[in-house]
Each structure stands twice: as structure tokens, then as C-alpha cells.
Write a protein that binds this ligand. Structure first.
Ligand code: S3P
Length: 428
């Protein structure tokens, strides 16, 4: 994929497709509920398709209904069937980790596999606490393939997250649906809470809060017979807000975007950098707040982002680093150890990308340090097959001097197949 710099302002509207995290949860929790869940604006990315095909292998039926909506025919907590073969999670960590929680509590065995990237990612963080609930899980050197000897009931337990991961928290809450007694997961990091919200929406016995940041769940049927519209993905919308910020004269409007506080750290940091970005709360979809976001060309200054802020913008670091590399003055992002464990080593991938564009970027322990004030030059960028690195590089390319070439740009289809078309649609 070759990208030429923008020759004029970006303007117009983007209605980004449904949030990836919420789409996974709508499919999984819809499948476990009694009745039909009608889902509108589901993500069309490959990761969510992986969750759908794994659930199909487990006997769940889906029906496309008019207007791009999908009907999930719930089978209830007792209705999943033993799969005939291995369940392929593709590139999707969310699929693998959330399904580990569900499958640990089934009366049958299963095996989860993934592509080369997913097979390098750590799974003990889910397998170990699940074992404390009585689950029997075999990993290969801590990684996939994941062999699960299902059993029911599991035992409810109390656990404090050791790593800031919503996938781990969600897997344990899902396992709690198949456990005796209560399961309490304390989340000192404040990771995204979509599982808790979707569980409550479907009538599960799930409570949040009570002094500490914790979610409690006990077994009990989920009831659907409902309709949910998945809010636009703020992590996808962020690429357009960033593009608008760095291309002079731009003004872009992002429609019906998820504004859950655990997901909008990017927009808050962009504002702190002097970015003209205005979220406007407009309503609630299911249990999730949504609204439109206006973003305009801005002159940005450097920023320091502490480790505590990272869970709320963990997927947006490569993009924020692009903005910070151009901003006036230095920037520092702290507490990025988790980035090394994403679809690629995203910390090193981000540093290398910025270096290729001619920006000063270095890694200091688990922090990323940017000199600021860079004028990007066109470059050849290795995306490492990582969708978020590819899209961040595409945004940087708009503000570069000369043409940029991305290796394996097709990887954007993991979360956003329509990305390049939507970006071109903003040409004046
Ligand atoms: C996700 C949680 C995050 C995030 C990923 C989606 C989720 O991962 O990076 O894109 O849907 O729960 P971790 O739980 O590993 O932090």
C-alpha cells in the first residue's frame, strides 16, 4: 500500500463500525443467553468473525437479518455442544482468552488455536487463575494451543488482577457463570468494563463497585429477547481524529462513538496536548454511553502520560506516539510493558516506525520517549502484520514529505476492513 501526503484539508463525517470489544461480548453473551439477541452495527473485522466462527463450531446459530443486523440464537448456559475440531481464534486474543473462561466450565473438552502472532502471546495469565477455580487447562510453554478439559461446576473465588487486562478479567467473570458461589474480580487498574455492562444488560447476577473497583458474579440465566446497537469503535475513530489534528485546515466529525470512560483516554490526552477535539455525549446504547466527536487541525504540544492512564488508551499508543513525535516539545509515555505482548511487540514496532519517518524516539525501560518537533519524511514501514501499527503509520504518512509504503497493509482488516476507503473519503 502506497500513501501520498494529504494535499489539502480532511473534512467530512465518519460513522465507524461497531466497537470490537463490545462486538465480541455481544456474540459470546448472546450465545449464552436464553432467547434471541438482535445485534446492530457489529464490527466487520476479522477478529470478531473469529469469535463468530468458534461459537458456530460450538453449535450456536447466527442469522443475518435486514440492514446488516445479526441475530444470535442463544443456547443458554447449558446449550453449547462439543466442537468437532480445534477452535481457530485467528489473530484474536480476545476470542481466545474470553472463550477460555467459557470453555473451562463446559461438560466437554476443547482445544483453542491461533495464528503465529496469537501463538506467541501469554495465556498463563488466564490459565493460572482459571485453575484456581478448578479448571483443567494445558498450555504449551504458557501459550496456545490451549487444551481445556471442561468441568462443571467450577468454584467461585476472589481474585485481584495482576496485569491490567480486561481480557483476563472477562474470562474469569465468564467462568463465574459456571461456578458454585460467587466470583469476585478486583481490578485496581480500571480496565474496560464492557463484559460487566453486557452481563447486567442481559440480566446476569453481576454487581460492580462497593468501595474497591471490583465485579462480582454468580451463576444464573441470562435473558435476551433484546436488541442492542454496538456503539462506534473509539479506537478506530481515533485514527481520523489524529489525522484531522495533523493535516492543516481539517475538520472531521465522528458519529455515534462509544464514550465509555475506560476507553476515551486517547481523546483526553489529545486535548491535553492542545488538540481541538470535542466529545458530545448523546445517549446510551445497551448500557454504554455514546456521542459524536468533532476533531479539528490543532497545534500540539508534548505530554507526559503516566502508567495509571495507560489501560484507558492501551490500543492507541502507536497513534498517540505519532502525534507526540510531531508535537512541540518532548513527550513520555510510561508503563508500556503490556505493549510488548500485543499482536506484535508494539513498543518496539512503534519506535521503529517513528525512526523510519525520521522522528527521534527511544525506549527507556518500559517507557517510550519522543523528542518532538519531527518533520516526517516518506518511509517504508514494516507493519509486522499489526493492524494498529499499520493504521497509525497511514496517519503519519498523510503528514510526511514524500510517499510512504506499508508492508502487509491488509492487516487493517483485523479491526477495520474499511479503513483506507474511509480515510480517502475525507479528501476535500
Ligand atoms: C481487549 C482488551 C485489551 C485490548 C484489546 C481488546 C478486550 O487487551 O488491548 O484490543 O476486548 O478486552 P488486554 O486485556 O490484553 O489488555
Amino acid at each position: 500500500m502506497k500513501i501520498r501526503p494529504a494535499w489539502g484539508p480532511l473534512c467530512g463525517q465518519v460513522a465507524v463500525l461497531g466497537d470490537k470489544s463490545i462486538s465480541h461480548r455481544a456474540l459470546i453473551l448472546g450465545a449464552l443467553s436464553e432467547g434471541t439477541l438482535q445485534v446492530a452495527n457489529l464490527s466487520d473485522g476479522a477478529d470478531v468473525a473469529s469469535t463468530r466462527s468458534c461459537l458456530q463450531e460450538l453449535g450456536v446459530r447466527f442469522e443475518e437479518s435486514g440492514g446488516g443486523e445479526l441475530r444470535v440464537e442463544g443456547v443458554g448456559l447449558d446449550g453449547l455442544k462439543a466442537p468437532a475440531s480445534e477452535l481457530d481464534c485467528g489473530n484474536s486474543g480476545t476470542t481466545m482468552r474470553l472463550l477460555m473462561g467459557v470453555l473451562a466450565g463446559q461438560p466437554f473438552d476443547s482445544v483453542l488455536i491461533g495464528d503465529a502472532s496469537l501463538s506467541r502471546r501469554p495465556m498463563r495469565r488466564v490459565g493460572d487463575p482459571l485453575s484456581r477455580m478448578g479448571a483443567r487447562i494445558e498450555l504449551s510453554d504458557g501459550k496456545a494451543p490451549v487444551r481445556i478439559r471442561g468441568r462443571r461446576p467450577l468454584s467461585g473465588f476472589a481474585h485481584r488482577l495482576e496485569v491490567p487486562s480486561a481480557q483476563v478479567k472477562s474470562a474469569l467473570l465468564l467462568a463465574g457463570l459456571f461456578a458454585d458461589g460467587e466470583t469476585t474480580i478486583e481490578d485496581p487498574f480500571g480496565t474496560r468494563d464492557h463484559t460487566e455492562r453486557m452481563l447486567s444488560f442481559l440480566g446476569a447476577k453481576c454487581k460492580v463497585g462497593g468501595g474497591v473497583r471490583a465485579a462480582r458474579i454468580s451463576s444464573g440465566a441470562l435473558k435476551s429477547g433484546k436488541r442492542v446497537t454496538v456503539p462506534g469503535d473509539p479506537s478506530s475513530a481515533a485514527f481520523f481524529a489524529a489525522a484531522a489534528a495533523i493535516v492543516p485546515g481539517s475538520s472531521v466529525s465522528l458519529k455515534r462513538v462509544l464514550l465509555n470512560p475506560s476507553r476515551i483516554g486517547f481523546y483526553e490526552v489529545l486535548r491535553e496536548m492542545g488538540g481541538l477535539v470535542e466529545p458530545d455525549h448523546g445517549g446510551v446504547h445497551g448500557r454504554e454511553p455514546v456521542g459524536d466527536i468533532e476533531a479539528r487541525a490543532s497545534s500540539l504540544r508534548g505530554v507526559r502520560v503516566p502508567a495509571e492512564a495507560i489501560p484507558r488508551l492501551v490500543d492507541e499508543i502507536p497513534l498517540l506516539a505519532v502525534l507526540a513525535a510531531r508535537a512541540a516539545g518532548p513527550s513520555r509515555f510510561e508503563g508500556l510493558a503490556e505493549l510488548r505482548l500485543k499482536e506484535s511487540d508494539r513498543l518496539e514496532g512503534t519506535r521503529a516506525m517513528l525512526e523510519a519517518f525520521g522522528a527521534g524516539a527511544r525506549i527507556d525501560g518500559d517507557a517510550l520517549v519522543l523528542e518532538g518537533g519531527a518533520a516526517f519524511k516518506g518511509a517504508r514501514i514494516e507493519t509486522l502484520g499489526d493492524h494498529r501499527l499499520a493504521m497509525a503509520a497511514a496517519v503519519a504518512a498523510l503528514a510526511a514529505d514524500g510517499e510512504t509504503e506499508l508492508s502487509d497493509a491488509g492487516c487493517v482488516g483485523i479491526s477495520y476492513p474499511g479503513f483506507f476507503g474511509a480515510l480517502e473519503g475525507l479528501r476535500g
